[in-house]
Design a protein around this ligand. Structure first.
Ligand SMILES: Nc1ncnc2c1ncn2[C@@H]1O[C@H](COP(=O)(O)OP(=O)(O)OP(=O)(O)O)[C@@H](O)[C@H]1O
Ligand SMILES: [Mg+2]
Length: 158
C-alpha cells in the first residue's frame, strides 16, 4: 500500500476579496522528507499556495489535509511549520539575535534558554558573528538569512 503523503492539496482554489482568482483546482501530494519547488511566472499563485499551506490564508474551494499529523485538542493538525516570507519581514528595532529568538520567545522560552539554539541557527546561515547587529546594518542577502535562521529555530517537521 502506498505511504500516505505528509501533505495533500485537493482541488484548492483561492479568489481574493477584490475578485482576483489566484488559484483554481490545484491538486498535489507531498511526501515526508521531500524537497519541492513551485515554479511559475510572477503572479501565478506560488506565494498564495504557501500561505494557505502555512495557515496564513483561507481557501475559497478545496481541501488541505495533513494525513499523517496528530491533531490538537481543537482538532487542528498539530505540527511544526516554518515560513520564510518573500521579504525578510524582520523587526527593524530588534537585533539579529532577538529576531531569530522570536518563535521560541512566543512559545515561552527565555533568552538564556534560547541562546544555544539561536547561535546554532545563526551558524547554519553563516551569521555567527552578527547577533548584535540590527537589520539596517545588514545586506539584503544577510537579512534573508536571518529570516531563514528564524524559520529553522523551531526545527520544523518535514
Ligand atoms: N492579498 C491579495 N489581494 C488580492 N490579490 C492578491 C493578494 N495577494 C496576491 N494577489 C494576487 O494573486 C495572484 C498570485 O499572487 P502570488 O503572490 O501568489 O504570486 P507569486 O506566484 O508568488 O508571484 P511572484 O513570483 O511575483 O512572487 C496575483 O495576481 C496577485 O496580484
Ligand atoms: Mg511570491
Amino acid at each position: 500500500m502506498a505511504k500516505a503523503p505528509m501533505l495533500s492539496l485537493q482541488q484548492i482554489g483561492k479568489t481574493f476579496s477584490n475578485g482576483t482568482e489566484a488559484l483554481r483546482g490545484m491538486t498535489m501530494d507531498i511526501e515526508q522528507g521531500s524537497f519541492v519547488s513551485l515554479l511559475g511566472p510572477s503572479g501565478c499563485g506560488k506565494s498564495t499556495v504557501l500561505k494557505i499551506v502555512a495557515g496564513l490564508g483561507n481557501l475559497t474551494t478545496g481541501r488541505v489535509q495533513w494525513p499523517t499529523s496528530k491533531v490538537d485538542s481543537l482538532g487542528r493538525p498539530d505540527h511544526e511549520i516554518s515560513f520564510v516570507f518573500q521579504e525578510p519581514t524582520l523587526m527593524q528595532w530588534a537585533t539579529v539575535f532577538d529576531n531569530v529568538w522570536l518563535p521560541l520567545r512566543l512559545k515561552g522560552t527565555s533568552r538564556a534558554a534560547a541562546k544555544d539554539k539561536v547561535e546554532e541557527a545563526l551558524d547554519m546561515v553563516g551569521l555567527h558573528d552578527f547577533p548584535n547587529s540590527y537589520p539596517r546594518e545588514l545586506s539584503g542577502g544577510m537579512k534573508m538569512r536571518v529570516s531563514i535562521a528564524r524559520a529553522l529555530i523551531t526545527r520544523p517537521d518535514g
